[in-house]
Design a protein around this ligand. Structure first.
Ligand code: FAD
Length: 513
């Protein structure tokens, strides 16, 4: 059953075997796993409940309906824009559906650095296989490549750069191109249409418009959550709810889980490592109409540079990112370009002839999340040190790829108006372009703020996902990952959440034993 808090007229109190805060990649996956094994599941979600018919294919509607802070969340210095959804289905309502398993070298690092011995392909692969089947994940078919995707591939092939079509989470996709604003055809297999119905039609209750603000902990054990049911449009409080449960799972995403913990528990491992995979965007004018909005946003990924290369003296020599072919709607594109006045108008008139890519930088310097003295949750994040060098390397390689594909101009959308027309111009790109606020930078892969690990001084939860210091309290979302995955993280989050769910089921038994 879906219970929409926006319609509430009285307080709610109920009991469940497990209560899950958040309904995205982590929460949805874990909830469906337990519900199908006989657990009485309650899920609480601060965002609204939207269906295919609510997705209007208008960017401003999506921003208002389910973008976190209405699409305007940034770090304290406004240098990094944070992109996530708040809705039943979490950020998967928004996401593009690229679905990678974590590279084995990254799992190896997490085993070595965080003691997560179970994070092996052998242990996780059965979970990935199950999720891939349930979500219909398959290699993007050729029919879903738009011209931008084909041009990125062409540039890579001409230069001998490694790339591939990504595995994608969709079934019978029409390629309308508006994935990011909610799929109006129920073809993108978000949690909204996959795991959530498996909970809500199997006896579980999913509350929307229900923001948890209190964690109940008694004698070192989590016993439930409490919060407000709010009107979707005005935010007015309609009623309060309290859910008591034997097991409490936090899956509010790296921001939501950290914020809730920071408000309820004294634990300085929370919020101090905030990974976002910085996204920088390069635009390329091909001087002719190219269709970059049909198909799916990212049907071609450049993998060549995922790993960092060093020179003989161990100094950074390139790499440390992947590149996604990218499309952005007109309003968002306008906000991303740093130009102003007539120049901006001229650039936007050329929107229909632009190709684009974005970076997923595998950062070494995470940011942090904290709650200010005024009670507002804030974030700090600086692209610094070697991460700046990775960003510059990406801007250069992206420019090369677009020039090879035949672009007339490549725009590095910095405040200096850098335009690349020839290979020689590429040398002009330097770190000044990636200083804070020198160009639009975003993060939509939010991770690491309540991480798993064996060392309680360095991790919030142990390897099983259970908090080191609170029994019966689990974390199972992007916050739980110990670092950046180096590729898009949703499938990793789902696989880890499913593994944690299997452990909860085994240890606590049905009905929370
Ligand atoms: C535009 C966009 C495109 C993306 N594309 C891709 C992609 O192609 N491939 C990929 O792998 N990843 C992609 N991602 C990232 C991916 O969607 C996220 O990494 C992933 O969904 C995070 O999962 P999660 O469970 O940590 O959190 P989320 O999926 O964000 O879910 C957390 C949920 O918890 C809720 N919540 C938070 N706090 C509370 C509270 N106190 N009370 C109640 N509810 C709460 C939130 O409202 C939210 O709905 C994309 C993200 C965006 C924004």
């Amino acid at each position: 059953m879906i219970i929409q808090g926006t319609n509430a007229s009285a307080d709610v109190r109920e009991r469940a075997d497990v209560v899950i805060v958040g309904t995205g990649s982590g929460g949805g996956t874990l909830g469906a796993y337990l519900a199908e094994r006989g657990w009485d599941v309650v899920m609480v979600e601060r965002g609204g409940f939207f269906r295919a018919e609510d997705f209007s294919q208008r960017e401003e509607d999506a921003m208002a309906d389910f973008n976190g802070r209405r699409g305007l969340d940034t770090t304290v210095d406004n240098a990094v824009f944070l992109n996530y959804a708040q809705a039943v289905g979490g950020s998967t309502v928004h996401y593009w559906g690229d679905s990678f398993r974590p590279p084995p070298d990254r799992l190896e690092r997490w085993r070595a650095e965080h003691g997560l011995d179970w994070m092996t392909p052998a242990e996780l692969d059965p979970h990935f296989e199950a999720i891939e089947t349930e979500l219909g994940i398959h290699v993007t078919p050729e029919t879903l490549l738009n011209e931008n995707n084909r041009l990125v591939r062409e540039g890579c092939e001409k230069l001998g750069i490694e790339g591939a079509k990504p595995p994608t989470a969709r079934v019978d996709c029409l390629g309308c191109g508006w994935t990011q604003f909610g799929c109006p055809y129920n073809a993108k297999t978000s949690q909204l249409i996959t795991t959530i119905p498996r909970v809500s039609t199997g006896g579980g209750r999913v509350y929307s418009d229900a923001r948890v603000d209190v964690l109940h902990i008694e004698d070192g054990r989590a016993t439930g959550v409490e919060g407000e049911l709010t009107a979707r449009d005005s935010g007015e409080v309609r009623a309060r709810f309290r859910i008591d449960a034997d097991v409490v799972v936090l899956a509010g995403g790296a921001l939501g889980t950290a914020e809730l913990l920071l408000r309820n528990i004294e634990d300085d491992t929370v919020g101090r490592r905030f990974y976002i995979n910085p996204h920088y965007f390069v635009w390329a004018d091909f001087g002719r109409r190219i269709d970059n909005v049909s198909g799916i946003p990212c049907a071609y990924v450049v993998h060549e540079y995922r790993q960092v290369r060093t020179d003989e003296r161990g100094r950074y020599a390139g790499g440390g990112y992947i590149m996604l072919s990218n499309h952005q709607s007109p309003g968002i594109t306008a906000a991303m370009l740093s130009s102003v006045g007539a120049d901006h108008t001229d650039r936007m008139k050329r929107w229909h002839q632009l190709g684009s890519v974005m970076s997923v930088i595998d950062e070494e310097h995470p940011g942090r999340i904290f709650v200010g003295k005024d009670g507002i949750r804030r974030t700090e994040y600086n692209v610094e040190g070697v991460d700046q060098l990775k960003a510059v390397d990406y801007l250069k390689q992206a420019s090369r790829i677009f020039l090879a594909a035949g672009a007339e101009e490549v725009w590095v959308p910095d405040v200096y108006g850098t335009i690349i027309r020839t290979e020689r111009d590429i040398d002009e790109i330097g770190v000044r372009s990636v200083q804070p606020n020198a160009q639009f930078c975003a993060g939509s892969h939010l991770m690491g703020t309540a991480p798993l690990g064996t060392n309680p001084a360095d991790s919030f939860a142990g390897p099983t996902g259970e908090a080191h210091r609170v029994r019966g309290l689990y974390v199972a979302d992007g916050a739980a990952l110990p670092g950046s995955v180096s590729v898009d993280p949703s499938l990793t989050i789902m696989g880890v959440a499913r593994w944690i769910a299997a452990g909860i089921h085994e240890r606590h038994g049905r009905a929370g034993g």
